[in-house]
Design a protein. Sequence first.
Length: 347
Amino acid sequence: MTKLRWGVIGAGGIADRRTIPGMMLADNAELIAVMDANKEAAERVKEKYGALAAYDNEADLLARDDIDVVYIASPVFCHKPQVAAAAAAKKHILLEKPMGLTVADSEEIYEMCKKAGVKLGIGFMMRYHAYHQKMKEIIQSGQIGEIVSCRGQLTCWYPKMEGNWRQDKTKSGGGAMMDMGIHCIDLIQYITGLKAEKVFAFADNGTFGYNADDSSAVLMQMENGAKVFVDANFNIPDIAAKCFLEFYGTKGSILANGTISQVEGGTVEVIIADDSLGYDAAQNRVDNGPVKMEAELGNMYQKEIENFGKYILGEEAEIVSPEDAIFNQKIVETAYGVAETGVCTKL
Ligand SMILES: NC(=O)c1ccc[n+]([C@@H]2O[C@H](COP(=O)([O-])OP(=O)(O)OC[C@H]3O[C@@H](n4cnc5c(N)ncnc54)[C@H](O)[C@@H]3O)[C@@H](O)[C@H]2O)c1
């Protein structure tokens, strides 16, 4: 098995918590070097995972000939300059979501990679969750009928922290909706195979007073007319949120609790209605009852790394394309505009 040689840029946050552990499990990956603006973090991560080198600047990491591909998991405002440097060094790039601060930035990022002839994939890793894959199969084979309504929720508790990049929209591109709602926006389109067409939204900061939304709600109308609600908050305690993901069709539903997460878990019920039944005036809701979804759960980050590796090697693989990530960003950027104007907007 060919092993791709990885470098990590921005090694101290999600990279350390989830993605490098996933890389360690991946069949086709080998960690060579890590870089973090915080030299101590870089050294700590190097020791923890047995990398060959730790750096506090990307130029030194990118100068290594023994790196084929970089995973960039730095704060969002660093994405564009670091992609530019990595593309110039002819490294393939797995870039964390959201791609850039704006749609324009994300388009530039994509262009730079195309010009340099390097491959680019984006880190919407929740697509690899085994339950999400199964939901896609069920929905796209028509088992719950025409999709008419969906809901996605992702929240956490994120109180004000001095100097935090995510709480400053000039450094993050946005708050709860850009950081977390965007996962739901991506997943719902991926699972249903439907693209959003119109957007309405609210987003503001009512609890913590920092310069990025701590509370957001987006309503989308999809290309088939289905209505989608996504709520993302930084001001709901972790324990109080269920991170619901729900799909309703003309023949049934799929109701998930806790699958939108960094860990492949949660519970899912599938309800297929008996379509021999007519309208039930008494609303007794006779149906076949919920069936618990079963699937072999794994590690989404491992699958993300393995799939991006296969894509680089020209093998059959599923990656998150820059086109999809740019469209997600367009939805969020449009939603922030709508939250200001109050005008429902066509994408
Ligand atoms: N897919 C996921 O599961 C997931 C989860 C969390 C975050 N993310 C994304 O990953 C990225 C990083 O988020 P995070 O939560 O790890 O942030 P974080 O603040 O926890 O960690 C970021 C790391 O980058 C380092 N850093 C700061 N400036 C840097 C620079 N110029 N170059 C290199 N490193 C630098 C910091 O020292 C820190 O170690 C963001 O794009 C975020 O949206 C993805």
